[in-house]
Design a binder for this molecule. Structure first.
Ligand code: SAH
Ligand code: SF4
Length: 367
């Protein structure tokens, strides 16, 4: 890997200082910063800068972004899943989701995940290193550039591979850079419930939205499918959520992966409604995405079961969103594309796989 400093690894104040030391006069440094806000991936495109300034920059710095390895054909709802290769060969996934009136990009925060939830392909393949701010921002800028969506209309969700709150410092730098283009209320961080991370997030001046993967209505079952519950018990997690400072008009999101016959009964819906009572929260019910690498008893509930679960929540005063998909839920399936490639390349002794395009048909419905 190169020794050059990637300018996208620097928070805005640090960027200003660093550029000030190398580029003069000051207005030149400002021009560089403006190009970076637009997410460029080369100094060559900074055409309003003299060539010698550009070469001086290239000697010390880089603005490199991860390389796109594959992208799926757009699904029926327009979603496109990207597989990126990082400079050290690691692979990560991101998803472009032009769903309804919201265009979102789902980013990975780590090149794997040590949390080890038993229903998650990323967890199945195990821990991976923290992504740098440049690697997180690079996913965003690359997709935004390709899809040509104005920066200000973008929403960002950290729901791809990895646990963002276990990569806290890099996450905060990434947020600070994103906020130069995107309002904090358009950014969501999803966590498996890392308590120290939630406490730190609560202290930030500009907080993103918080999504929490609850996934079970009681501690026993949560611990079975999310072993992290042993370290950060469900009761303490709920207490931390009740303390979390929410801006006016904001809700937190409770994510709940529906596993047939496991956590999708009417009683489970009642218990979940009770568990989250009093929180400013909406539930995002995510029908389980089946995958060959995951335990075979784990199945996606039928549409009837999903309806029954959701109706019960609604009758108990809970606001619910469900991602319905006939094919695969392209967002929650993050990690599965790389999963297929890792499994295949292990089987073929490391030869890379060309990913076949996927077709997913899905609709988002709200109540
Ligand atoms: N580590 C963070 C963010 C990444 S996981 C977290 O756990 O919240 C993003 C979401 O995908 C989580 O809500 C997780 O519960 C869900 N998910 C993981 N595997 C899934 C699967 N096989 N089917 C459906 N949802 C899944
Ligand atoms: Fe990690 Fe989230 Fe997957 Fe759990 S669900 S293993 S925390 S990425």
């Amino acid at each position: 890997m190169s020794d050059l400093i990637n300018l996208y690894d620097l928070a805005p104040a640090q960027l200003e200082r660093t550029l000030g030391e190398v580029v003069s006069p000051a207005f030149r440094a400002k021009q560089v910063a403006e190009w970076l806000h637009r997410g460029v991936d080369s100094f060559d495109v900074m055409t309003n800068l003299p060539k010698d300034v550009r070469s001086a920059l290239a000697e010390k710095f880089t603005v490199a972004q991860p390389e796109v390895l594959t992208r799926t054909e757009p699904a029926s709802d327009g979603s496109v899943k990207y597989l990126f290769r990082l400079a050290d060969g690691n692979r990560i996934e991101s998803v472009f989701m032009p769903i309804g009136d919201r265009t979102s990009i789902c980013l990975s925060s780590q090149a794997g995940c040590a949390v080890g939830c038993t229903f998650c392909v990323t967890g199945f393949f195990g821990a991976g290193r923290n992504l740098t701010p440049a690697e997180m921002l690079g996913q965003f800028f690359t997709i935004q550039r390709e899809q040509q969506i104005p920066m200000e209309q973008m929403n960002v969700v950290f729901m791809g591979m990895g646990e963002p709150l276990l990569n806290f410092d890099n996450l905060v730098t990434t947020l600070d850079v994103l906020y130069t283009n995107i309002a904090p209320r358009r950014v969501t961080v999803s966590t498996s419930g890392i308590l120290p991370g939630i406490e730190e997030l609560a202290k930030l001046d500009r907080r993103p939205n918080l999504a929490i993967s609850v996934n079970a209505p009681d501690r026993k079952r949560r611990e079975e499918i999310m072993p992290i519950t042993a370290k950060y018990p469900l009761e303490r997690l709920m207490a931390a959520l009740r303390r979390f400072p929410l801006e006016k008009g904001r809700d937190m999101t409770i994510e709940y992966v529906l596993l047939a016959g496991y956590n999708d009964s009417t009683q489970d819906a009642v218990a979940l409604a009770k568990l989250i009572r009093g929180l400013h929260a909406k539930v995002n019910a995510i029908p389980f995405n089946e995958d060959a690498n995951l335990p075979q008893w784990m199945k996606r509930p039928s549409d009837r079961e999903i309806d029954r679960f959701v109706d019960t929540l609604v009758r108990n005063g809970v606001r619910v969103t469900v991602r319905r998909s006939k094919g695969r839920d392209i967002a929650a399936a993050c990690g599965q594309l790389r999963g297929k490639e890792v499994a295949k390349s292990r089987a073929t002794g490391g030869r890379p796989l060309r990913t076949a395009s996927e077709s997913a048909s899905e609709a988002d419905w709200r109540r």
